[in-house]
Write a protein that binds this ligand. Structure first.
Ligand code: 13P
Length: 389
């Protein structure tokens, strides 16, 4: 299934032909090769018939209408860390209440097409008992699920991580699909520093991303493929561009090898930025040019869409940089350039909420505002003036 739309149609008719004319004789055959060929053809055809149109449709809808994704899938430890900074209790109930605040924000579906949830959250409900999955569906927002189980230290590679979570993934996917998830996310992290990233780290993470993506498509869920080159460090914009291109080329090679259908997936990359402690920080337009030029070199046009992570940028900068990309590359970009932010869309709301019921409405207004700003950035219509309105 590693095909452009035209070659997809061609492959489908080949399979149809094989199914109709050759299968009966293979069925009769005593030859084990013919029987195994029959099984493979049948399996591939079933997957085509069941999943390809649905995957393509979901992937396109997720990046349509100038909307983007709300990443609210922080693991419990990450969520607790963010709560601790604001002295919010780190309990199941506090996490539930915060996620209720997010999903019940009135009008969120005007700007947000999908919300990515964590395992704990997809099983939770509003205080009145309504499941979050239903609240989101009623708002016209697709439900997504984080599938990786975190980035762990990589053996023999100091300072580098490998993302885990492939064991038992097929069964977990089936459960999440039954619960109403229609897309998923897996994040790999690549650190930049002295002598890193190593090819070993890039290869291992790209391989895991591709295996995850293949399993998602088999289960009918659109995979969001997130290889994040981290902002930490003193590296330059040029070094980030070089590493990002190397990572993306490796990831797309692995996606090809594993037979992932590009039309039925979304890429979630980092923007190309200088490291946080690099002495030369750069203007918004330079980030936009470096980012999209890198993507144009390394990302096939067949990919359904691109939705950036924010990576620790401020909310306003993330919007301004996304806006500049959509202004400057309006007529050259083969894919939608959208957003799938966590911190850059949630942080202002979390800062206002502080765990207090009395702050819920103001926090929801802040979330709505950021979602609206980022949707404007998709159209190239965001401006700093929107922040004062
Ligand atoms: P940030 O936007 O905070 O980088 O998070 C995106 C995300 O979903 C990380 O997996």
């Amino acid at each position: 299934m590693r095909l452009s739309r035209d070659s997809h149609n061609q492959r489908r008719s080949e399979l149809d032909m094989a199914y109709r004319w050759l299968l009966p004789s293979a069925n009769m055959s005593w030859n084990p090769f013919a029987r195994s060929w029959r099984n493979n053809v049948q399996l591939e055809l079933e997957q085509y018939q069941m999943n390809a149109p649905k995957l393509i449709d979901t992937a396109r809808t997720l990046v349509a209408s100038d909307k983007g994704l709300l990443a609210m899938d922080e693991s419990n430890p990450t969520c607790n860390k963010r709560f601790a900074k604001l002295e919010i209790p780190q309990t199941v109930e506090a996490r539930r209440a915060y996620r209720e605040l997010l999903v019940t924000t009135r009008g969120l579906g005007e700007w947000i097409s999908g919300a990515i949830l964590y395992d704990e959250t997809i099983r939770q409900q509003k205080k009145d008992g309504t499941p979050f999955v239903k609240v989101l569906a009623d708002a016209g927002i697709f439900v997504g699920i984080k599938l990786d189980t975190g980035a762990k230290d990589m053996a023999g590679h100091a300072g580098e991580k490998i993302t885990e979570g492939l064991d038992g993934l097929r069964d977990r996917l089936a459960e999440y699909a039954r619960m109403g998830a229609s897309f998923a996310k897996w994040r790999a992290v690549i650190a930049v520093g002295d002598g890193i990233p190593s090819q070993a780290c890039i290869d291992a993470n790209a391989h895991a991303l591709a295996r995850y993506a293949g399993l998602c498509q088999e289960a009918g869920l659109v995979p969001i493929v997130e290889p994040e080159v981290l902002m930490d460090g003193a590296h330059t914009l040029e070094r980030c561009a070089e590493v990002t291109e190397q990572v993306l080329r490796t990831v797309f090679h692995q996606l090809y090898v594993q037979g992932v259908m590009l039309e039925g997936m979304i890429l979630k990359p980092n923007m190309v930025l200088p490291g946080l402690t690099c002495p030369r920080q750069v203007p918004v337009d330079e980030v936009a040019d470096a980012t999209v030029n890198c993507l144009l070199r390394a990302v096939p046009a067949a990919v359904a869409g691109i939705a950036f992570l924010s990576g620790g940028q401020s909310a306003e900068l993330a919007s301004a940089r996304l806006n500049a990309m959509n202004v400057r590359f309006k007529f050259r970009q083969p894919w939608a350039l959208a957003f799938s932010f966590a911190r850059a869309i949630q942080q202002p709301a979390l800062d206002i909420w502080q765990g207090k019921e009395a702050n819920v409405q103001a926090a929801q207004q802040a979330l709505y505002h950021r979602a609206r700003c980022n949707s404007a950035a998709r159209k190239g219509e965001y401006s700093a003036a929107m922040e004062c309105a």
